[in-house]
Write a protein that binds this ligand. Structure first.
Ligand code: NI
Length: 173
């Protein structure tokens, strides 16, 4: 399919709440394929549709390492149905906030219900990196970024830095 340009902070599109997918149409399949192409090209381990400017509740994840076989998962309308009280701390990054990393605390284990590309409902329990990653991506569907989990001071500093970079890009273009 195609590698799409990434939406970068502070683009207001990242604040949009995405719309549910009602049926798996060819357009949705094409969107998922574009998202995977864009994610692998970046490279990244997770992507939400809004990060390529499409406000649909579609998430792609592949945690396979560079030297491992690809194992993509496409989640349509993913939602957390259960979360553990136990929390886990992971250093997170985001393709929409390039080269910025901070530790975020989230529930260690979650259950996620979603629709697959065959239109079937699935429910999985995930932990470790997959748990962090799916929670990060579901946040995107609701217009929430991982920096929204940081202190106001850190968040403001990050947004300011990226706003300045965006202005410099504009001036250079
Ligand atoms: Ni992200």
């Amino acid at each position: 399919m195609a590698i799409k340009p990434l939406v970068i902070l502070p683009d207001p599109q990242l604040k949009r709440v995405s719309e549910p997918v009602t049926t798996v149409t060819p357009d949705i399949r094409a969107l998922a394929a574009d998202m995977l192409d864009t994610m692998y090209d970046a490279p990244g381990i997770g992507l939400a549709a809004i990060q390529i400017g499409v406000a649909k509740r579609v998430v792609t994840i592949d945690l396979a390492k560079q030297d491992e076989e690809r194992s993509p998962i496409v989640f349509l309308n993913p939602e957390i149905t259960w979360e553990s009280e136990e929390m886990a701390l992971y250093e997170e990054g985001c393709l929409s906030i390039p080269e910025y990393y901070e530790e975020v605390e989230r529930p260690a284990v979650v259950k996620v219900r979603y629709m697959d590309l065959d239109g079937k409902t699935q429910e999985v329990e995930v932990d470790g990196l997959m748990s962090t990653c799916i929670q990060h991506e579901i946040d995107h569907l609701d217009g929430v970024l991982f920096i929204d989990h940081l202190s106001k001071l850190k968040r403001d500093r990050c947004i300011k830095k990226f706003a300045k970079q965006a202005k410099e890009r504009e001036r250079g273009a």
